[in-house]
Ligand binder design. Structure first.
Ligand SMILES: NC(=O)c1ccc[n+]([C@@H]2O[C@H](COP(=O)([O-])OP(=O)(O)OC[C@H]3O[C@@H](n4cnc5c(N)ncnc54)[C@H](O)[C@@H]3O)[C@@H](O)[C@H]2O)c1
Length: 261
């Protein structure tokens, strides 16, 4: 699909860890559509993951940043601004819950971990947007997309405190979308993706059931990471300039289903 939908556009992609990561597919697809990209991830992910491989493949600079640290985001955004002049799109594809990772039940959460979950998975979107806003780093009609999950609206027992993180993430997209829209016509949306086999996804208790149940219920079946990447390209392109402050379900119809015969 070489349509140059993002020709001349420049952006930052957070969260490519390995080739299963949704962000990895988004980076590949944005590159194929003509975009120039800076990749970023936490320093530990740079050491453990395969992001360097992706950087070489798509000719992207890699700048480490822990999304919980103001100074890391300031360094990332100012470097990107100096390199690109201004940014046309940003993908926030970041999520982590120490409670989920350590198998803590929702009725036995560790509150230090809970803070970390919210900081990494939700407040980071605010931190990123505020950094861009204060540095005036986003161009007119730039598009910011954060990935979310339907556990923000409905209860999935294994999703733990990530449910609150996703609710907060979606709320931040709406609130900042209002402010940044008024300031500079910047669009801010969340895409609520089907369960997808990745490192973060597989950490969720009962994940295989999530996947097969959702697939059975969705008239079009689960959306893949590649299909999510295509949707992100559409959201970064000029074809969706008036879409903002939305939570967009990308799930084969799952979110509108009740029961099946
Ligand atoms: N996999 C799914 O089923 C699914 C479904 C819906 C939404 N999502 C969301 O998609 C996004 C990407 O997840 P994924 O499934 O591709 O898994 P992934 O594990 O490949 O990506 C998660 C990324 O978050 C990064 N990260 C964690 N802590 C960080 C920190 N402090 N600073 C910077 N980066 C940090 C990780 O290094 C990793 O690259 C997440 O927001 C996730 O919640 C995933």
């Amino acid at each position: 699909m070489g349509n140059d939908l993002l020709k001349g556009k420049k952006g930052i992609i957070f969260g490519a860890l390995d080739e299963r990561s949704i962000a990895w597919k988004v980076a590949e697809q944005c590159h194929a559509q003509g975009a120039e990209i800076i990749l970023t991830n936490a320093p530990v992910a740079l050491r453990m993951g395969k992001i360097n491989e992706l950087g070489e493949k798509i000719g992207a600079e890699i700048i480490p940043a822990d999304v919980t640290l103001n100074e890391d985001l300031e360094n990332l955004v100012s470097t990107a601004k100096a390199k690109f002049g201004g940014l046309d799109f940003v993908l926030h594809s970041v999520g982590m819950s120490p409670n989920v990772r350590k198998g803590r039940a929702y009725t036995d959460l560790n509150y230090d971990f809970y803070h970390k979950t919210l900081d990494i998975s939700a407040m980071s979107l605010h931190r990123l947007l505020q950094t861009c806003y204060q540095m005036d780093a986003l161009n007119e009609y730039a598009s910011v997309v954060a990935l979310t999950y339907i556990a923000a609206q409905r209860t999935y027992s294994g999703y733990g405190d990530m449910a609150e993180a996703k609710s907060m993430l979606e709320s931040i997209a709406r609130s900042f979308g209002h402010h940044y829209g008024i300031k500079k016509n910047v669009r801010v949306n969340t895409i609520s993706q089907s369960p997808t086999v990745t490192t973060a996804g597989s950490g969720v208790d009962g994940f295989d059931d999530f996947i097969s149940n959702a697939d059975k219920l969705s008239p079009l079946g689960n959306a893949s990471a590649e299909e999510c990447a295509n949707y992100c390209v559409a959201m970064f392109s000029d074809l969706t300039k008036k879409v903002t402050m939305q939570n967009l379900f990308h799930d084969g119809g799952y979110s509108s289903m009740g029961a099946v015969d």
